[in-house]
Design a protein around this ligand. Structure first.
Ligand code: FAD
Length: 468
């Protein structure tokens, strides 16, 4: 009885709930991945993300081979190609792990219907979260809209154990299957990304990275995580997005770290990291219960906000040419690596929305076009938080780029790393942004495109009008 296991945001064989259940039912399992042109033809796909995904798939192919089976790659509309393949192979069932994105939910319903019409069994599972939507609700059984009470409830609940590992699988006899293609490269799909990825794709690299992070950095996370020039965070975001690592495996590593450490201070650091994992789950739950978040602002004050939307300002922001060193350094890091430090994501998002008064959705989209960890729920959540348009009741967050740099890049190490043209400028000037016109000219560095104080006043005024 052949079961096809459809991989999506779970590009791994270990600690995979759906796959593990499938294995309990049958040893005759083949993996399946569908290259969905509807996703890849969107205008917010980052080449770095595709490169990471293809790398994960290459390793997944090998994992299936060493288990004695295969990963089948198909291309096209899932609702057509998946039932077709299942019929060709006379599969008994198709299993998969669920996702919260509105597109995925709709697609999954359609695929399930098409399969069931052909009398092929469908089974779905929650795998990507420690607690799935509906498991963490308020006393009145409503979804949380605010993070802190969500975290308290989420944290109290017992966490699931790592899913059972797979034993060997029974392979497919057919070698040449209609519709099955060779795994294409990212370039072949039209996505070129030549710079190194900060995290190598695949399960093995993700596990090594987790171990590396839990060896040391996790014990100092609280102190180090805010400094963009320090390697103080896990760099696991892309692995979590594509499921190169199971969330239960990650959680277990944190509980082991807690057992290993003696000081309360070190424990606090680990808990801070666990809180970040809970932020990820919070945003996934929010998107599940409030799919309208994908379309725009949650709060009414921002539904018709009179944004300036100045195209050349937006261009300058994208290219890291705003004349504000901390903002520009961050945007250059994004453009060159496909990743940006969390502190800087908050700084540039605040700058785009509050200083340039540009619609946060422009920034949200630009991030998706660049980030190799780009994820609808976390990115939308992060942008709505920064724009103050989301569910969080604290309405207005305006970051001052100079004070942010003073606090989090006091020696201008991050700024100098990403803005080499400014290396010779005095640290104090780099941090405060007080660089003379002459220096800007001789370093070929732009003038400030706006004045922070003026824009802050203007934004507050516009916001007040919207609230009235
Ligand atoms: P760590 O500090 O090691 O955190 C561990 C994990 O927790 C991360 O890998 C991530 O999965 C999760 N996490 C941490 N912080 C957050 C957060 N604020 N919200 C949700 N999950 C979090 N994260 C993404 O994964 N994809 C995105 O597209 C994304 N866009 C963002 C946009 C904005 C405007 C902001 C402010 C934040 C965004 N984040 C996004 C959250 C955060 O910046 C990244 O998860 C983090 O920088 C990734 O680095 P790391 O893996 O080293 O994180």
């Amino acid at each position: 009885d052949l079961i096809l296991f459809w991989h999506r945001g779970d590009l791994r064989v270990s600690d995979n709930i759906g796959l593990s259940v499938a294995r309990q039912k049958s040893s005759h399992i083949a993996g399946l991945f569908c290259i969905d042109k509807d996703i890849l033809s969107r205008d917010d796909v980052a080449p770095a993300r595709v490169k990471y995904m293809i790398g994960c798939l290459a390793e997944l192919e090998q994992s299936y081979q060493s288990l004695g089976s295969k990963l089948l790659i198909v291309q096209g509309k899932p609702v057509k190609v998946i039932p077709q393949l299942a019929k060709t192979l006379k599969a008994k069932a198709v299993y998969w792990n669920l996702d919260v994105e509105p597109y995925s939910k709709k697609r999954d319903r359609e695929v399930a219907t098409a399969l069931e019409e052909n009398e092929i069994t469908v089974a779905t599972f929650w795998d990507k979260l420690l607690h799935y939507p509906g498991e963490v609700l308020t006393q009145s059984e409503a979804p949380y809209k605010v993070y802190t009470p969500f975290w308290r409830n989420w944290n109290q609940q017992a966490k699931p154990a790592i899913a059972k590992n797979l034993e060997s699988l029974q392979g497919l006899e057919d070698t040449d299957i209609e519709g099955v293609i060779k795994l294409p490269t990212a370039e072949l799909l039209g996505f070129k990304w030549d710079n190194p990825l900060l995290l190598k794709p695949g399960e093995k690299a993700a596990k090594e990275q987790l171990e590396h992070f839990c060896d040391r950095s996790i014990y100092e996370y609280d102190e180090q995580r805010n400094f963009p020039w320090v390697n103080g965070t896990s760099l696991l975001s892309a692995a979590l997005k594509f499921g190169a690592i199971g969330i239960r495996t990650v959680w277990q590593a944190t509980t082991e770290a807690l057992t290993n450490c003696r000081s309360d201070e070190a424990k606090e650091n680990i808990i801070t990291w666990q809180k970040e994992l809970a932020w990820r789950e919070f945003y996934q739950h929010c998107l599940h219960f409030f799919p309208e978040l994908e379309q725009g602002a949650y709060r009414k004050e921002f539904k018709e906000f009179p944004w300036d939307n100045n195209q050349s300002h937006f261009q300058a922001w994208c290219e890291g040419k705003t004349g504000y060193p901390i903002v520009d350094a961050a945007m250059r890091q994004l453009n060159e690596t496909g990743w940006m430090h969390n502190r800087c994501r908050m700084i540039v998002a605040s700058f785009l929305t509050k200083d340039l008064i540009i619609d946060w959705q422009w920034g949200e989209k630009y991030f998706m076009q660049k980030l190799f960890d780009g994820d609808l729920a976390s990115n939308n959540g992060g942008w709505q938080w920064s724009a103050s348009s989301g569910m969080d009741p604290k309405p207005l967050r305006i970051f001052n780029p100079a004070s942010q740099a003073q606090k989090f890049d006091p020696e201008a190490e991050y700024i100098r790393e990403w803005l080499p043209e400014l290396r010779s400028i005095d640290t104090e000037c780099l941090v405060t942004g007080k660089i003379t016109d002459l220096e800007r000219y001789s370093c070929n560095y732009p003038q400030k495109i706006v004045d922070h104080k003026v824009q802050q006043r203007k934004f507050k005024e516009l916001y007040k009008q919207q609230k009235e």
